[in-house]
Design a protein around this ligand. Structure first.
Ligand SMILES: Cc1ncc(COP(=O)(O)O)c(C=O)c1O
Length: 374
């Protein structure tokens, strides 16, 4: 092993484990890719959009570097959102923007704040950059069938006053909850950078904060083509922000951060009428799935369902043993759901919304498992 030491803050860094690709899972389980039901990454369950296939087939000039700003995509997004082009920046997934914002605005002595549980990338990227990351834990409140994470908003605002950057995923990952507009307005009134991650906003019945960006100098909204638009594998995200912040991010980003295929595919996806239809269908499937889970909950009573405004449903179990065993059981059947190792999530499983016929099988398998447990 090399004797050359890393920078101090990376000495004990734990890598971010992304979801495994289908081909690797198929090999591990020795089953065909087509038999795998992949519900662990909140990925879009439909076939690629036909407009995207056409755009990728007609790709030209791939020997040349891409447009550094993804200007056509910016124009299309600005038109769609009814905002100025100089409020938009395109990125290699919205993950890239989380990193750019931390790099640009957090000094080593600053604090980055979010809630827990939330999207793990924020904790990971603050650690990578040696920045102090603080969370305000949400309290779980259980009713008969449902569980809700509740945030003490006053406590959060108190810590926010001593922070430099606040990240709020809205809807939140992993539970799909949406914090109130009032709470966000209170946050934006503070002299801190407020980043609203709207990766799942298309699946929500709540309104985006994008239209408020021109009114504030400290509000950034993050979006992605990975979820509703089904382009997770092509890595395209975008941010809507004050032009001053955008200027800073453009000045530090890698020039060719979004490749030609990603830029073209995102343009094509934006033009597709199927996107809206599929979102409506996924929201219907989500309601049906929660109902099916509720029937199981009524019978077995050892878990609670988190109502969700996103493309996944979080379950909280009474003990860590059941979700761990259920995860392993489902995995052995070729069904992948998200099981967590972090201490605040050991009682949980998160299941992405897939096609209804696949979720019928998931419900059947969960039923079989719970029957065997009782
Ligand atoms: C809340 C949240 N934000 C951002 C992302 C990352 O999106 P992207 O694929 O655009 O990097 C995810 C991905 O799961 C997410 O859950």
């Amino acid at each position: 092993m090399t004797k050359i030491k890393t920078v101090d803050h990376l000495a004990s860094i734990k890598s971010y484990d992304g979801v495994k690709p289908l081909e690797i899972i198929a090999k591990e389980l020795n089953i065909p890719v087509a038999e795998i039901i992949k519900l662990d990454g909140n990925e879009n369950p439909y076939d690629p959009l036909p407009e995207v296939i056409v755009a990728l087939r007609s790709l030209k000039n791939i020997s040349f570097y891409p447009d550094t700003l993804s200007s056509n995509l910016i124009q299309a997004l600005a038109k769609k959102e009814n905002l100025e082009a100089n409020n938009f920046i395109i990125s290699s997934g919205s993950d890239e923007l989380i990193e750019l914002l931390i790099r640009a605005y957090a000094n080593p002595f600053d604090t980055v704040l979010s809630v827990s549980p939330t999207f793990g990338m924020i904790s990971f990227l603050t650690q990578v950059h040696g920045i102090k990351y603080v969370t305000v834990p949400q309290q779980i409140v259980k009713t008969e069938s449902f569980a809700h994470y509740i945030l003490d908003e006053d406590q959060f605002l108190d810590v926010a006053r001593r922070s430099k950057i606040v990240f709020i995923a809205r809807p939140n990952n992993p539970d799909g909850n949406v914090v109130s507009q009032k709470f966000i307005e209170r946050l934006i009134s503070l002299p801190i950078l407020v980043i609203i991650d709207e990766a799942y906003i298309e699946f929500s019945n709540y309104k985006s904060f994008a239209k408020y960006v021109p009114q504030y100098e400290n509000l950034v909204v993050l979006r992605t083509f990975s979820k509703a638009y089904g382009l997770g594998g092509l890595r395209v995200g975008y941010g809507i922000m004050p032009s001053d912040i955008r200027k800073v991010l453009i000045s530090i980003k890698q020039p060719y951060n979004v490749n030609i295929a990603g830029q073209k595919a995102a343009m094509a996806a934006l033009s597709s009428p199927l996107v809206k239809q599929r979102i409506i269908e996924m929201k219907k499937i989500r309601a049906w799935f929660i109902n099916q889970l509720k029937l199981l909950q009524n019978q077995y009573k050892n878990f609670w369902i988190h109502p969700s405004e996103a493309c996944y449903v979080l379950l909280t179990f009474e003990s860590p043993k059941v979700p761990k065993n259920l995860f392993e059981y489902l995995y052995s059947k070729g069904i992948l759901v998200r099981h967590y190792s972090s201490s605040d999530m050991i009682n949980n499983l998160r299941i992405s919304i897939g096609l209804q016929e696949k979720l019928v099988k998931v419900i059947d398998e969960i039923k079989l498992f719970l029957k065997g447990e009782n």
